[in-house]
Design a protein around this ligand. Sequence first.
Ligand code: G4P
Length: 191
Amino acid sequence: MNILESAILEYGEAIDDQVIKVDAFINQQVDPVLMDQFAEAIVAHFKQHKITKVLTIEASGIAPALLCALKLKVPMVFLKKQKPSTLKDVYSAEVFSFTKQKNYTLMLDQQYLNESDQVLFVDDFLANGAACKGAIAIIQQAHAKLSGIAILIEKSFQDGRALLEEQGYEVYSLARIQKLEKGNITFLTGK
Ligand code: G4P
C-alpha cells in the first residue's frame, strides 16, 4: 500500500458507491507534506520526459500541480472555469461534469501554452475523464504536446482511464480505487 492509499484509508470517506470524500487532505484542507510526497512520485515517474509546463484545472489540481512544477522547475498553468474580464485571447473547451451534472467552460489565455510546450497534466481526480478531455482539447488548440497524465485518485470503476488510453495517452495514478461502498474503499492491485 502506498502513501496515498494509506492516507485515503485513514482520512477519506466513501460517501456512497460513486463518491469519496478527501476534504481532510486534498479538497479543502491540504496536507503539504503528503502533497509533496505525491508530487515526488509523479515527477519521478515522468522524469524521462522534457516537461516544459505542468497544466491543471482550478481549484483542487493546483496544489499537486504546483509542487510538481516546483520540482521540475517549470511553470504551472491552471485552466480557469470562469472568464475574468482581463482575459482576451483564449483557448476554451466545454466540459460536462457527471459528478455535478452541469456544463462548464475551461479557459486559458493563449500566451501561456504554445507549440514548443511538452505538457504534464496533473489533477486530483479521474472519474469519467471529461475534465481531462477538455484539457486535452486546449493543449491541441495550442499545438502543444501532452507527455502524460498524472492523477492522485483514479476511480477505476469509471471510464476515464479507458477513454484516455484509447487515445494513446499515458495515465499514471497514485491510487486506483476499484470499488467504493459506504464506509469501505477497495484499491485495485498491480498498478
Ligand atoms: P471527470 O472530469 O473525470 O469526468 O469527473 P467529473 O466531471 O465527474 O468530476 C467533476 C468534479 O468532481 C471534479 O472536481 C472532480 O475532481 C471531482 N470528483 C469526481 N469524483 C470525485 C469523488 O469521488 N470525490 C471527490 N472529492 N471529487 C470528485 P472539480 O469540480 O473540478 O472541483 P475542484 O477541483 O474545484 O475541487
